[in-house]
Design a protein. Structure first.
Length: 304
């Protein structure tokens, strides 16, 4: 068994304005960091509307399809290549779920952009157009017949979009650690989902990986363990890194590796090690590259 790396050159054609943190160089840095690893490398297929419709209404899909070159909110831009890039992102996570659940690979990482965890049901925002990780979860439930899928989001920002897309779906546990206060402002511990299926763990600014590890150990990991997922999905943002310009947590590469090990432990216990991870944020290129490599190295080690 091996680890799949699913990506596509089209994800480099999503061009944001000069100075925008969510830029092409991010994915180039990730590709460079992973280039010598012994991964099964695959091009992402295009996602399909039927897959997106499990998370977003047709009106949202139509809005993104017809937006053209535009600014959708203060942070979220579309260039000529953005629509195709977004569909590659959806296609990547769906393909990853198919491969992992089909037993073709042990686990998978999707190196894609634009990211997805801020996109709400009818609202692109925070650099995100489609809710990739929620779409992946719903694909696993609807197409592969799973009953329980857990999503862990350790991006430094709250995954408000994922929370919105899974809020009323008892089959999905959504757990998020994030700095608070910080964009987008949601993610209070009191937000628990329609079925108690959402776990938000806000972290104070300027805290380090020890605080994150304690929050994981005391809250997140027991919740995932009790949920007994049949698949674990990861919204892997690396912007809690100490050098990230958009936030104020002080994690280092080893914190991401540690979290990955912990999630793989639970995957081993409950679901034959099945893990699908996808890139969200991370805006310091060196911190992003090193942290992402640490994360993927653990997936590879655990996927052997
Ligand atoms: Zn983020």
């Amino acid at each position: 068994m091996t680890t799949a790396l699913i990506t596509h050159p089209d994800c480099l054609n999503h061009i944001t304005p000069e100075g925008h943190p969510e830029r092409v160089a991010r994915l180039e840095a990730v590709a460079e960091a992973l280039k010598d690893l012994d991964l099964l490398r695959l091009d992402a297929p295009m996602g399909e509307d039927s897959q997106i419709l499990r998370a977003h209404p047709q009106t949202h899909i139509d809005r993104i399809k017809t937006a053209g070159v535009s600014q959708l909110d203060p942070d979220t831009y579309m260039s000529e290549g953005s629509l195709t890039a977004a569909y590659r992102g959806v296609g990547a996570v769906v393909k990853a779920v198919d491969m992992v659940l089909g037993g073709e690979v042990a686990n998978a990482f999707c190196a894609i952009r634009p990211p997805g965890h801020h996109a709400e049901r009818e609202k692109p925002m925070g650099f995100c157009l489609f809710g990739n990780i929620a779409i992946a979860a719903k694909h696993a439930l609807e197409v592969h017949g799973l009953s329980r899928v857990a999503i862990m989001d350790f991006d430094v920002h709250h995954g408000n979009g994922t929370q919105d897309l899974v809020w009323d779906d008892a089959r999905i546990l959504f757990a998020s650690t994030h700095q608070m206060p910080l964009y987008p402002g949601s993610g209070e511990a009191s937000e628990t989902g329609a079925h108690g299926n959402v776990l938000n763990v806000p972290l104070d600014p300027e805290t380090d990986g020890a605080v994150f590890r304690a929050a994981m150990t005391e809250q997140v990991l027991p919740a995932i363990d009790a949920f007994a997922p049949e698949l674990i999905l990861i919204s892997a943002g690396f912007d809690a890194h100490k050098n990230d310009p958009l936030a104020n947590l002080n994690w280092i590469e080893d914190d991401f590796a540690w979290a990955t090990h912990q999630l793989c432990d639970l995957a081993d216990k409950h679901c034959d090690g099945r893990v699908v991870s996808t890139l969200e944020g991370g805006y310091d290129l060196d911190g992003l590259a090193a942290s992402c490599a640490a994360h993927v190295n653990v997936l590879m080690e655990r996927g052997k």
